[in-house]
Design a protein around this ligand. Sequence first.
Ligand SMILES: *[C@@H]1O[C@H](CO)[C@@H](O)[C@H](O)[C@H]1NC(C)=O
Ligand SMILES: *[C@@H]1O[C@H](CO)[C@@H](O)[C@H](O)[C@H]1NC(C)=O
Ligand SMILES: *[C@@H]1O[C@H](CO)[C@@H](O)[C@H](O)[C@H]1NC(C)=O
Ligand SMILES: *[C@@H]1O[C@H](CO)[C@@H](O)[C@H](O)[C@H]1NC(C)=O
Ligand SMILES: *[C@@H]1O[C@H](CO)[C@@H](O)[C@H](O)[C@H]1NC(C)=O
Ligand SMILES: *[C@@H]1O[C@H](CO)[C@@H](O)[C@H](O)[C@H]1NC(C)=O
Length: 459
Amino acid sequence: MKFLNLTFGLLLMAYTAINATPCAKKPIGFGQNTTGGAGGVEYHVNTLKELKDALQNNGKPNDPKIIYVDSPINGYYYDDGSLMTAENLAPGFTFEKYINCFTEDGKEWLGTPECDEIEKLRKNGMKPLQNQIKVKVTSNTSIIGNGDASRLEELVIQIGSVDNVILQNLSIQAPNDLFPQWTMNDGWNCKYDAIVVQSSTNIWIDNCLVDDGKRIVENEPKYFGQNVERHDGLIDIVKGSDLVTLSNNRFANHRKTILIGNSDSYTADRDHLRVTMYNNVFINCWQRMPRVRYGKVHIFNNYYYADNFRSYPVRYHDDGTVSLTHIFLGLGLESNILSEYNSFNYYKLNKFTNSTAVILSNYGGYQFHDNGSKYNGHKYNLDALAKKEFELNVESTKAKNLANGGTNPEWVNENFTTNTFNPNDYYSYKTIRSIERVNKLKTSVPTWMFEDSSDSDNE
Ligand SMILES: *[C@@H]1O[C@H](CO)[C@@H](O)[C@H](O)[C@H]1NC(C)=O
Ligand SMILES: *[C@@H]1O[C@H](CO)[C@@H](O)[C@H](O)[C@H]1NC(C)=O
Ligand SMILES: *[C@@H]1O[C@H](CO)[C@@H](O)[C@H](O)[C@H]1NC(C)=O
Ligand SMILES: *[C@@H]1O[C@H](CO)[C@@H](O)[C@H](O)[C@H]1NC(C)=O
Ligand SMILES: *[C@@H]1O[C@H](CO)[C@@H](O)[C@H](O)[C@H]1NC(C)=O
Ligand SMILES: *[C@@H]1O[C@H](CO)[C@@H](O)[C@H](O)[C@H]1NC(C)=O
């Protein structure tokens, strides 16, 4: 009996070492040269101040350093332990007063002197809020979650104008904006992303959970017919950033998920924004997984699932058409996307009608190829879908401009092509071709969430 147990234990250990390595050492893809703080000083941090100090690394901010996050760190708490509120950031401001400055239907701003003062206070509060919650990551840094309690919440992790950063094994909850803005046409809008990669190179985000945490939008009060949304994006990769890999992450319950390129007019992004995404899991996110402008983006072996998104359900119209409110991939201006062996799942709709936007939607992108992906477990011709969506967008854009005398953008003259970039020109990689295996990511990524069950899940 003892002997049997021992053998069994050894077997399990061997499996664990092979199949459930908590953290990979090296990324695949465009971010492959990222080493973070390898070989540098090690820090263990428990508070926001300790985290910010560690990033400064005793006056040598760009020297290699590994920062282990040992405790939950919440940006809403000041160093003395007191809580940041909208009222103490902008004395005189309350959210209630802001709401009361709109007509009951939210269609008009009252514009009284008191209301203009409230709006001024709202804007004034944003700067000290940002100073408090923004964590400026320096070059040559690894930030690694260490232990069950480690968590980064109510923070903006700003990876700006730096090189060589790893975020790994972390639980990251998107910050809540204390000053969300109501806009008549666009609903609730907020300012702060969980992670911003701006003008930075060699970035690897791996084995992280990135979501909205406990404060999810449907639990927020409803004003003007919409629950107050206090989150912006989960990850923005913008302004000339390059050589990024996102792997083994779980993104959940979020609206604006991953944005690669944030402006059509920012043409300096051409030849940058190269991103590889593999083994990521998306559960009930609404859109942008990712939405791409300019970048070369290689998306392989990711698992996508949606059955509903909060208060944004499928809409069935009287004429029999359906508006799908989930959009996994967004093909934007001059994007160049290769999708391989991804598993797309959407249980509101088993058969596509003419509204196919759930897998992808077109915003002017005409370079796309898919190899081997499945929709709800079945083969689906994504190339034909991407072509159709592009051509529909060309037609409707031309028609709109003809009607209102606008100028057509250049992309309407392009022809759709499946000739994308070839990742092998930049790095070597292997895809898993079994979609059943890709589906297993749902219950194994990130590894630390499933540690107790990891041994039963091995093949
Ligand atoms: C990684 O570094 C090698 C050696 O410097 C270089 O040849 C290669 O282009 C780099 N790869 C990427 C994807 O940046
Ligand atoms: C990162 O560290 C390497 C090796 O220590 C160094 O050569 C490089 O200059 C550092 N990067 C920056 C941006 O300082
Ligand atoms: C990753 O986090 C888990 C718990 O969240 C912890 O048990 C594990 O030790 C961490 N791994 C590393 C490499 O720090
Ligand atoms: C789909 O489009 C075709 C023509 O483009 C049309 O005949 C058909 O009725 C549409 N089906 C649905 C379900 O909207
Ligand atoms: C599809 O992927 C397989 C496996 O990576 C590869 O061998 C093949 O060349 C690819 N085919 C196309 C058409 O991209
Ligand atoms: C698109 O294809 C048409 C027909 O083959 C061709 O005349 C045109 O030049 C192409 N446009 C571009 C921008 O390559």
